[in-house]
Ligand binder design. Sequence first.
Ligand SMILES: Cc1ncc(COP(=O)(O)O)c(C=O)c1O
Length: 552
Amino acid sequence: MEMARTRKHHKASSSVRGREDGRRRGALAASDAVLSIGLEGDSRAPLQRRIYHALRSAILARRLRPGDRLPSSRQYAESLEVSRTTIALVYEQLRAEGYIEGRERSGTFVATALPDDSLVALPASQRAVATVKSRPAITRAAPGPKSPVVSGAASLSARGALLASLDVSSSISSTVVGPRAFRLGTPALDAFPYTLWGRLLARRWRQFSASQLAYGSANGFAPLRSAIAEHVRTARAVTCHDDQVLIVSGAQQAFDLVARVLLDPGDTVCVEDPGYRGLRSAFEGAGARLVPVTVDAEGIDVATGVAFVPGARLTCVTPSHQFPLGITMSAARRLALLQWADNANAWILEDDFDSEYRFRGRPLPSLQGMDPHGRVVYVGTFSKTLFPSLRLGFLIVPTVLVDAFARARAVLDRHSPQLEQAVLADFIAEGHLVRHIRRMRAIYTEREARLRALLHEGVGEFVEPSQADAGMHLVAWVTGGGSDRRLADLADAAGIAVAPLSGLASHRLARGALLMGFAAFDEQAMRRGVESLRTAWLGGRGDAFASHERHR
Ligand SMILES: Cc1ncc(COP(=O)(O)O)c(C=O)c1O
């Protein structure tokens, strides 16, 4: 079969050659290069996956270069003796992930926006953060404000009092009228396919029988686990079987389960500094000792950071798109971290919360997919790809841990709601998730550029926004030594939500910054937001830039 495919490809490519004129010889050579690419991977794997892997590898290895033309789905299907639909689906997947792009009336091409190197260097303005670097002190991570949020705290257990003291501010006060500009972490809910979701929901509900209203599996709804496994194997290069996938109520519950199953109170955990407060709170709430480790231009510092933390049981990272700085962890750091975990008999938590939204640069494979030792616990969430109130996410755990995690979940709250899991399974299996992500990526590319331009125009004397290559927020560096906290306070008083970077860091920053979500806001909302910022900051200028108040 494989040989027949190769023979046929020669025939197909020479007949194409005859039809093309000299002007298009460059593009033709590229098409030929594609036609000569074989299949990749396990021969028992579906053809679609093998073709997808072969093309993706060729693009990543630069055997196919940005701008190279791909053959039509008909030509390619003929040369491989597969159905045209198979090729169309492969192209659709690659297009959704940003590897290839369609140009009107001229065909399909390798995406021009692929950079030479996946290791995104920090712009000079961000490098300032990386310069404040030292061996980590064993301390608790910067705690959030410890306000007496629960009255009658004297009657709480020590654990209850600890939980009540942790920072979960944004989760406690729900946003009844929608998110305030420029709140972090909210996707474009205005562009969510409500009608489609409603149709899938109604269809599932009609199909539901009495048995499906009874208790389900603590691991999650089996078709959803398979659909997720299939999706992350292709979209994120995760290596897993379906039964390593456990459905949870979002990333937050995944963090909590990891703490319960893998840690004892007092155990040491390395976290990124600056980093995600929700994750820190989950581990602090479990009684872990957090060690913040500085993030530099290559990601978390392994050699002089993590490796110097005695007895660390776990390191938590966001390698594909560091939260909040947006750094991509370098290949060298990834390998060093995996080696550390193996040597130290420790675990790595990979929080892959928003990396599907990469609009510039190469879509990077997961750390989990590079792990030969079975030390990575991978966490994914649908809060960003779909909507946060869905409360569905997933864990992909090494096989030896599956049973322990499922049992812990059963003790905690048994399982996630079955109906929503079934609807989500259909949404993924029928191709809607990939299409939705592709649509969102286009919207976010536009909104990111728009917000950056509006900030330059409106408040350029206060902040210097840097370009975000992925995700849903950008980092706006404070100019002239101003205090990011003070600017955030002034914004808050004017009804605008911007998060100060110093609030997510436990060390003193060389330069403050504001984190601003762009995904959820249309141009009008952004304009209004930036105007409010300008008024607020002009009014409080002296205050925010007083030298004694710098970013801490
Ligand atoms: C770094 C990071 N991880 C995970 C999450 C997702 O959390 P959840 O799935 O609990 O909504 C977020 C949400 O803002 C985040 O910023």
